[in-house]
Write a protein that binds this ligand. Structure first.
Ligand SMILES: [Mg+2]
Length: 314
């Protein structure tokens, strides 16, 4: 049955909040607009996550669809903003999920295959640290003024079938140098080799800021999916595959895990897909009123206006 609305934690009695806190022992928290905005921590969020670990004995993991930093770089940002975590294995990032996925993929052999990256340099850094070769990341690729398209195709794609077969995966992330030439190369590789994996950091279609809306990775992905006539596998929320390494390592029980996030469509859907409890915080685009006015949105189990407002209960 669909829930009418989320339970606002601030409407509960202290003992009810306490028993809710006892109902989970692991927390997975989204980062952007839940813990921080760009390089600024949201007030009280670090105090709450740190207290949940040190006072309440919870295990905390951070999760993000941000593919612009490696897992280690995300840990450095978290520490700089005063979030305490045991080590980088407590960060779930698309770049690391891509590495984990390729390592267990039977059709991918890192001694033989490389990865074509339509995306930023962080993806290449993460792959490189794992011993996986890649090309294309962080580079512009466009048709020059005097270059003829037919000659470009012949020069760039006229390579032997073996060269294409040596590309074991096409990975797409946010790419400020996205171009027709990149779509064409990805299309050529994916259409030439059905065994080539097609992975994306996320399918977030748009990033909305107070003064500007810009296309997200999902917009790039849609164009390549259309011409390659294949659907990409998402290495970010809400794909439950993202949680698989932690489930395989037996470090959490979904029924005893709380997912915290600011986005109904991504974070609450991820919680549902993984059978986790969900807590929506109102520091992003969705507040309690938004849920009431849009009953078709995935409804979280619980709501807090800001994560910091939980501190008095811990
Ligand atoms: Mg977020």
């Amino acid at each position: 049955m669909l829930k009418a609305s989320a339970i606002n934690i601030l409407d509960l009695q202290a003992e009810q909040v306490n028993s809710w806190l006892q109902s989970f022992d692991t927390i997975i928290s989204d980062c952007d607009a839940t813990l921080w905005h760009d390089d600024t921590a949201i007030e009280g969020a670090a105090d709450v996550l740190n207290a949940l670990q040190t006072r309440a004995g919870k295990r905390v993991y951070l999760i993000t669809n941000n593919g612009l930093k490696t897992r280690h770089e995300l840990l450095q940002r978290a520490e700089r903003l005063n979030f305490q975590l045991p080590d980088e294995t407590h960060i779930i990032s698309p770049t690391q999920t891509i590495v984990d996925y390729l390592r267990q993929l039977k059709t991918f052999d890192s001694t033989r295959h490389s990865v074509y990256v339509v995306g930023n340099a962080a993806i290449a850094r993460e792959l490189n640290e794992a011993g996986i070769k890649s090309f294309g990341a962080g580079k512009a690729e466009k048709l020059e003024q005097d270059d003829r398209w037919e000659e470009f195709v012949q020069r760039e794609f006229g390579q032997s079938a073996a060269a294409v077969a040596n590309v074991g995966a096409v990975v797409v992330g946010w790419d400020e140098y996205f171009s027709y030439c990149k779509i064409a190369r990805a299309c050529h590789i994916l259409c030439s080799n059905p065994d080539c994996a097609f992975l994306v950091t996320n399918k977030d279609a748009v990033h909305k800021y107070p003064n500007v809306c810009i296309p997200g990775t999902g917009a790039f992905v849609a164009s390549i999916e259309a011409c390659a006539e294949r659907m990409a596998t998402e290495m970010g929320k809400p794909n439950p595959l993202v949680l698989q390494p932690l489930l395989d390592a037996d470090v959490l029980q979904p029924i005893r895990t709380l997912m915290i996030g600011d986005c109904c469509k991504i974070d609450v859907t991820f919680a549902r897909n993984c059978n986790l409890q969900s807590l929506l915080v109102g520091t992003g685009s969705y507040q309690l009123e938004t849920l009431r006015e849009n009953p078709h949105l995935p409804m979280p189990d619980f709501y807090l206006p800001t994560l910091g407002s939980l501190l008095p209960y811990i």
